[in-house]
Ligand binder design. Structure first.
Ligand code: PAF
Length: 282
């Protein structure tokens, strides 16, 4: 596995592969790699000639009161893991080379960035869109892989890719879950044993909503109540940012459930904010 730290060298290396007619499958990450990331890497390997992974904890997507400083870092274990999975190129850029002095350009994706998490994490999706646009420009992958767990992020990135004419297919892969349904996430590492158990309530609330839709409920307010009741019934959940029903393309909240919707929740357990979602077809 080639490990590259300088954006310009990364750009040249990727360009050389593309010139030889090789397709690049790209998995951008912030490290602390887990089975969710590994599923993206596996899919990238199955669909492309060359697998490229980046690890960069992007300060631009963390709010002032958020967890940038304490975000889990496990560089050595990550590198070992990536080697074992047969990744071809790892890009680990230095902060100063990604955002040099004077850096002043950002990418804002209106509307879809303001929904769901947007109200609770102002600026977050601008940070995500900016770093992903930069990485796409450096790697120019044929395909880039993201997990459905961060559903809003996938919608924002798909919109940006289309709007800015990136020649990259955005591939959204299924959420990988623990046995009790908890979506695997680097932030699960913040939970102690009791909190970890309580976190199962997020998936329970989503499945209860999905079951009610499957049984014929078409009123989104009804579904919201069902999901909120389950979250509120878990003592260790200290706050519910949202538990609602959205249009999967516009991310507008819906009232009547017609063809396809996304049920999404964001809740806090202690200091840890967790999100999850399910796509449901009627
Ligand atoms: O999902 C993530 O890990 C990050 O938001 C991403 C896409 C790597 C951008 O920093």
């Amino acid at each position: 596995m080639e490990i590259i730290r300088m954006p310009r060298i990364m750009q040249d290396t990727c360009w050389r592969y593309r010139m030889k007619g090789r397709t690049l499958g790209f998995v951008p990450t912030m490290g602390a790699l887990h089975e969710g990331h590994m599923s993206l890497i596996k899919r990238a390997g199955a669909e492309n000639d060359v697998v490229v992974v980046s690890i960069f904890i992007n300060p631009l997507q963390f709010g002032l009161s958020e967890d940038f400083e304490k975000y889990p870092r496990s560089a050595e274990a990550d590198i070992k893991n990536l080697r074992e999975r047969g990744v071809d190129i790892l890009f680990v850029p230095d902060l100063k080379l990604v955002y040099p002095d004077g850096f002043s350009t950002t990418v804002s994706v209106d509307h879809v960035s303001e929904k769901m998490c947007g109200g609770f994490r102002p600026g977050h999706f601008r940070g995500v869109a900016t770093i992903v646009a930069k990485l796409f420009n450096i790697v120019c992958p044929a395909r880039a892989y993201f997990g459905q767990k961060d559903f809003q992020q996938t919608v924002v990135i798909k919109r940006m890719t289309k709007d800015l004419d990136f020649d990259t297919e955005v591939v959204v892969c299924p959420t990988i879950r623990e046995e009790d349904g908890l979506a695997i996430s680097s932030r699960n590492l913040y939970l102690d044993e009791v909190q970890r158990k309580a976190a199962g309530a997020l998936y329970r609330s989503l499945t209860a909503g999905a079951e009610a839709i499957a049984s014929g409920t078409r009123s989104a307010p009804e579904i919201r109540k069902i999901m909120e009741r389950i979250l509120a019934g878990e003592n260790l959940i200290t706050g519910i940012d949202y538990a609602s029903v959205y249009d999967p393309e516009t991310l507008d909240e819906v009232d009547d459930i017609q063809t396809e919707v996304v049920l999404a929740v964001a809740a806090r357990i202690g200091e840890t904010r967790l999100i999850d979602n399910l796509l449901v077809r009627t």
